[in-house]
Design a protein around this ligand. Sequence first.
Ligand SMILES: [Fe+2]
Length: 304
Amino acid sequence: MVALSETRVEASADVAIDPRGVNSGVAPVTYGHGERPPRGDYAQARSDYTCEQDWAAYSAADHELYRRLYERQAAQLRGLACDQFIDAIGQLGSPAQIPRFDDLSERLRRATGWEVVAVPGLIPEEAFFSLLSQRRFPVTGWIRKPHEFDYVVEPDVFHDLFGHVPLLFNPMFADYMQAYGAGGLKASRLESCEHLARLYWYTVEFGLIDTPSGLRAYGAGILSSAGELRHSVTSREPQRLGFDLERIMRTRYRIDSYQSTYFVIDSFKQLFDATAPDFKPIYERVARLQELSADERLPSDRAF
Ligand SMILES: [Fe+2]
């Protein structure tokens, strides 16, 4: 679902939240300072920000848009997406219609113990971390409009499902995502969310992996993007650097254009192992170091 940058948003304080959290609605969450009205119906959300998918509410045009988005992306996966993603994409079910989250969750639970849960859209960091730590992946219920076929600002159901869910069928990656959520809850207390957000951005959203057949994409932001998939793997423009946890935590990123730097992992195990140690001393070290621009190059970088 949402990258942390996507969750760097404000929940308006003037919406009363029933402490029992029963159908009382939650504060809508919007980008930046709330200039864009929220697209989802937050009044239907529970206190943990999950809601019902309301599958019956999708129109034939919604399903058709999903099918077109799916087919465009699926057609360019070979040679650009990692094998683990390609092997699992069929688990989403028929491309002809937006999947029912319940069916998908059943398959996911059997494979890795994860499930998908509907949310109205962007949700606050704490709620996001909390769901991940419970192996529940929040997926936005609504789908973009036809005029947003090539680009949508907020993540919609297509980005969240197509981009994120296939790799949740991979046991190692699934464990990484849970560890990330647990780490996020800790980072919130240490006020290190920005550092952790960069890790999410440069791995879960925009990560590349080195394989015997060459570089491949595993990040959801890349895999659900019509243009960035080929760009990230084959263009001469961006730099591609070896995964380095502290380097990533220091590096700012772009939210308004293709990335100028991609970080490359050797394996999902490398990613999982990198999140195993206690991040507290790492945050402290990184906080003392200078931040790096999105396109900076250091002598210590391992270039691909
Ligand atoms: Fe995402």
